[in-house]
Design a binder for this molecule. Structure first.
Ligand SMILES: Nc1ncnc2c1ncn2[C@@H]1O[C@H](COP(=O)(O)OP(=O)(O)O)[C@@H](O)[C@H]1O
Ligand SMILES: [Mg+2]
Length: 367
């Protein structure tokens, strides 16, 4: 493949995929920079696997073009695209040794034996499982098998690594370990990676760019901080992080400071870029972790800004953090996650919640 250094590693232009009348992927434009780690994030059925399969060449787009390293690949078969693929269920050959599993693609390509041996050895070292060549897949744990799948992919030196929910079959601790493993390996090799998951923590912790999907439609793309801090709509705000939503109306807006009156009468000051006309209906988003929660003391009562008062209706202690559901006078329930080291508060206790103006998000009403 002729390489054009100005092209993205992978590019989708107006890509649509329909299965009969079902639109699995709606007109999608996406550029994936060389060496970057991009995650397609969204709930089950939103079209993530279909996008990956189209890039791989396992599905043909109904409309639009897919480019790999600047070259149109719509009509190029899967084995000529030089992509590495890893799926949830490892898909190792059960009756072949680890050596044969990892070396399979190289042998198929006609690489000389000695070279295969060297490359398999290197790949196994990279996934930190040196010396397991003679073992069978069944003799390895789930996490180790997944690392073998990773070794089998990288040994081919693919231009892009495609991973479809590779961690979802692993238990929690192992998942965390593999997440770091993949992250480190991707950085060490600098290999362009497209990772699919429905798990926001995986997406936030590993990605250079997150592409949030819903019902086949891209909702937002950006780096993790952007997407988390400035969600463009209710869906994204809800899907990434624990969000509280409040309906309200803009009272005034000046120099990125927006004053909003909530439905329950509470007034909130928000620091948020953009033009927000007085009278416009908005949705206020506050992450559960952004509140400061303190016992409500009578003498402190007053008109402090961005303050909510209520009683703790539910509480769960989770080690490093405490999760509270606080019921306000207007029966609104606010989810608060307290990550400070302060002593847990009691169920039924009256509390005061405060949020800084620059920790609130604003969304236009109607989406
Ligand atoms: N081969 C297929 N035939 C018909 N419908 C399909 C096929 N593959 C996927 N779909 C449908 O396309 C939509 C997107 O599926 P998929 O890409 O697997 O979503 P995700 O990976 O995000 O869970 C779903 O509604 C799914 O049922
Ligand atoms: Mg899928």
């Amino acid at each position: 493949m002729k390489k054009d250094s100005r092209s993205p590693a992978v590019e989708l232009k107006g890509v649509v995929k329909r299965f009969g009348t079902l639109v699995a992927v709606e007109r999608m434009d996406l550029e994936i920079e060389e060496g970057s780690f991009v995650t397609l994030l969204g709930p089950s059925g939103c079209g993530k696997t279909t996008i990956l399969r189209m890039i791989a060449g396992l599905e043909t787009p109904t409309e639009g073009e897919i480019y790999i390293e600047g070259k149109l690949v719509n009509d190029i078969p899967i084995h000529k695209r030089n992509l590495g693929m890893i799926f949830q269920n490892y898909a190792l050959f059960p009756h072949k040794s680890i050596f044969d599993n990892v070396g399979f693609g190289l042998k198929y390509k006609g690489v000389p034996k000695e070279e295969i041996k060297k490359k398999v050895e290197q790949a196994l070292e990279m996934v930190r499982l040196p010396g397991v060549e003679k073992r069978m897949p069944s003799q390895l744990s789930g996490g180790q098998q997944q690392r073998i799948a990773l070794a089998r992919a990288i040994v081919m030196e693919p231009v892009v690594l495609l991973m479809d929910e590779p961690l979802s079959a692993l238990d929690e601790n192992l998942r965390e370990e593999m997440r770091r493993e993949i992250d480190n390996l991707q950085h060490a090799l600098g290999i362009t990676t497209i990772f699919v998951t429905h798990d926001q923590r995986e997406a936030l912790s590993m990605s250079d760019k997150i592409v949030v999907m819903k019902d086949g439609v891209m909702q937002q793309q950006g780096n993790p901080e952007e997407v988390y801090t400035y969600p463009v709509n209710h869906f994204v705000a809800d899907f990434l992080g624990h969000s509280n939503f409040f309906n309200g109306t803009v009272i005034e807006s000046k120099d990125d400071q927006v004053k909003v009156k909530l439905v329950d009468g509470n007034e909130v000051l928000i620091q948020h870029p953009g033009v927000w006309d007085a009278g416009n209906r908005i949705e206020l988003v506050i992450r559960a972790q952004k509140f400061e929660i303190t016992p409500d003391e009578e003498e402190k009562a007053g008109e402090d800004i961005n303050c909510f008062r209520g009683k703790i209706a539910e509480r769960s202690y989770m080690g490093g953090e405490v999760s509270y559901f606080v019921e306000t006078g207007s029966k609104t329930v606010i989810h608060v996650i307290d990550t400070s080291k302060s002593r847990p508060l009691r169920r039924g206790q009256s509390v005061r919640l405060q949020v800084p103006p620059n920790q609130c998000g604003l969304l236009p009403m109607g989406d």
